[in-house]
Design a protein around this ligand. Structure first.
Ligand code: AMP
Ligand code: GLY
Length: 425
């Protein structure tokens, strides 16, 4: 197949690696990509936010499938432009992507579909926010309405801090004040063709910047899959997945279909398992990053078949995706100052030594260069690299990952040392 992937992060690199692993015959194009993706696919320069430009490229190059990685092109309507011209595309149109693009839209759809989620109040002024805090109590959860790359949410018991966050985002429009939910978090991905869904294997993301879940929220500092502890609570992973399929994914997909805005692509359910049951904390309209980096290495079913079936409305004919019994973990290497003010432009060394560790792959998130042949790559963003480690158990997968990341040098870089530590015990 000829496949075009839009995006430039570790998620897109992981998608490319999965496609490359399943068949050497695919022709893989990525725009804009990064220095690591360039080693595994052909980089092309197509404005990923310009539906017309992407459509022209796809037509001129006889692309069989377009996979949209990040949320920005989805919210910009790039999938609509492709679909109008009959080009198979994995990713929802602008309207359905509001599930991620607007937290208020997501809440409305969940209400309409009776999907369990936290109680939330829309607050348009500081007085509204204060009233909502009084009503819902501490800890306080405040969410900016639009896309904010994981940074629009604050969860804190410090009322002054929560108010300051609301004050920062209120000029952009109303914020959501949400009931605090407590429990382990699960990221569960569903492929959807607008009608039928197929679940992937659950993963857990580490959202806070530092060990022991301290520090600010980030885009994600690490992940692991599967989640063996789900079986203790739900009898089996499969019964958990079935429950979320019935209570969350199918009602939302049916609701969006009924509204005339079918969701074709990846429905990412961010869940909290509270004592009162499973609650949705957020939806995303695309593969999660870094969860994709641990879910796809365990996927045995060819990824291109699943995504093509979703894009072309034939998911019903696909059997349930099969996953290996291996475990996977990923540790994110972040630039100094991430998430507040990442320092970029610094050189990275030791990548070959890191990739030589058994079971390890280096997946690139924000790299460029080298400036001269044989030179070092440079970091171009906050989350720079992912060390992905696959093994038979979490203890050995962790040992491999941390051996590998220890071989990489990037001045001032930081990573969490406790990814999958508890599940490895
Ligand atoms: P979101 O961008 O909505 O996924 O929120 C980012 C992170 O904030 C989530 O992964 C949770 O860790 C936390 N969070 C969001 N909403 C809540 C909530 N209602 N209660 C507790 N934690 C939350
Ligand atoms: N890992 C969180 C996200 O992809 O939004």
């Amino acid at each position: 197949m000829k496949i075009l992937v839009l995006g430039s992060g570790a998620r897109e690199h992981a998608i490319i690696l999965a496609l490359k692993d399943e068949s050497a015959d695919h022709e893989l194009f990525v725009s804009p990509g990064n220095a690591g993706i360039a080693q595994d696919a052909t980089l092309v320069a197509v404005d990923q936010l310009d539906g017309g430009a992407v459509t022209t490229f796809a037509n001129e190059n006889s692309i069989d499938l377009v996979i949209i990685g990040p949320e920005a092109p989805l919210v910009a309507g790039v999938a609509d432009a492709l679909r109008e011209r009959g080009i198979p595309v994995f990713g929802p149109g602008k309207a359905a992507a509001q599930l991620e693009g607007s937290k208020a839209f997501a809440k409305r759809v969940m209400d309409a579909a009776s999907v369990p989620t936290g109680r939330a109040v829309r607050a348009a002024s500081i007085a509204d926010v204060e009233a909502a805090f009084d009503d819902l109590g501490a800890p306080y959860v405040v969410k900016a309405d639009g896309l904010a790359a994981g940074k629009g949410v604050i969860v804190t018991s410090d009322r002054a801090e929560a108010l300051a966050h609301a004050t920062h985002y209120l000029p952009d429009g109303p914020v959501l004040v949400e009931e605090f939910l407590s429990g382990p978090e699960v990221s569960l991905f569903f492929l959807s063709d607008g009608d039928t869904v197929r679940a992937l294997s659950p993963a857990q993301d580490f959202k806070r910047a530092y060990d022991n879940d301290e520090g600010p929220n980030t885009g994600g500092m690490g992940a692991y899959s599967p989640l063996p502890w789900l079986a203790e609570q739900f009898g089996s992973e499969q019964s958990f997945v079935s429950l979320v399929t019935e209570q969350v994914a199918l009602p939302v997909i049916r609701q969006l279909d009924a509204e005339g805005t079918p969701f074709i692509g990846l429905l990412y359910a961010g869940l909290i398992l509270t004592d009162q049951g499973v609650r949705v904390i957020e939806f995303n309209a695309r593969f999660g990053d870094p969860e994709t980096q641990v879910v796809l290495p365990r996927l045995v079913t060819p990824l291109s078949e699943l995504l093509f079936a979703a894009a072309s409305g034939t998911l019903e004919d696909q059997p349930e995706p099969v996953f290996s019994d291996d475990v996977a973990i990923t540790v994110v290497l972040a630039s100094e100052g991430y998430p507040e003010a990442p320092q970029t432009g610094r050189q990275i060394s030791g990548l070959a030594a890191a990739a030589a560790v058994e079971g390890v792959r280096i997946v690139h998130a924000a790299t460029a260069g080298p400036d001269a042949p044989g030179g070092d790559l440079v970091a171009t963003g906050g989350r720079v690299l992912n060390v992905v480690s696959v093994g038979t158990d979490f203890a050995s997968a962790r040992a491999q990952a941390y051996d590998a990341i220890g071989r990489i040098t990037l001045d001032g870089a930081h990573f969490r040392s406790d990814i999958a530590a508890r599940v490895a015990e």
